[in-house]
Design a protein. Structure first.
Length: 200
């Protein structure tokens, strides 16, 4: 819990101190809300959500800070409808890391099948990481044997998450990437040095 809180706090500070104006903040908030709405909308289908795809694309188009902010906001907002609990910090961190990975792997995720591969991998990694979190939170213990039991029990949901990410990446990934790329170019803020004072 302390590690998750530290990661979220560092991400918040990085976002608050990073470049970008009001329009970029509004865009990130809108993406976080859209990802949350998609998660709530697809709630009847276990583990099939557009959140991971939106986070990775946001990171690739807008940068690591924006990707992390979108992921954290999506988890926090959607859990206001689906239920908050000790799983919320882990989901915020993991979807935030998915957004940051979009920026780190931009050369890969800007290609359709690269995006598919990254989001599919995140579908499995997300489930495994949540298994570790639940074992650490609820027990009975954190061990390889307990992890294997938990992963076997959650395998169907993890595969569904990965397959859902593939579908969303193919359906909306490239279009969303182009849209966000054009918008980011329009709202980019560049800081220029102050001009030399005029000679008296």
């Amino acid at each position: 819990m302390l590690s998750a809180a530290a990661v979220l706090l560092l991400g918040l500070v990085a976002w608050e101190r990073g470049p970008g104006g009001v329009r970029m903040v509004a865009l990130v908030a809108t993406l976080g809300a859209a990802a949350a709405a998609g998660r709530v909308l697809f709630a009847p289908i276990p583990s099939v959500k557009p959140v991971t795809t939106i986070c990775v694309v946001a990171g690739a188009a807008l940068g690591a800070r924006a990707g992390m902010a979108v992921g954290a906001a999506a988890a926090l907002i959607s859990n206001a409808f689906l239920g908050q609990g000790p799983w919320t910090p882990a989901q915020m961190v993991l979807w935030g890391l998915a957004g940051a990975s979009g920026a780190l792997l931009r050369a890969v995720v800007t290609r359709p099948w690269g995006l598919v591969a990254v989001t599919a991998a995140w579908g499995l990694a997300f489930g495994w990481a949540m298994n570790v979190w639940f074992l650490a939170t609820f027990g009975p213990e954190v061990s390889w044997s307990a992890f294997l039991v938990a992963s076997t029990a959650s395998a169907w949901f993890d595969v569904a998450h990965a397959v859902g990410n593939v579908v969303f990446s193919l359906a909306i990934g490239m279009a969303l990437l182009r849209l966000l790329g054009r918008y980011a170019a329009r709202v980019e803020v560049r800081r220029l040095p102050d001009p030399e004072p005029a000679a008296p």
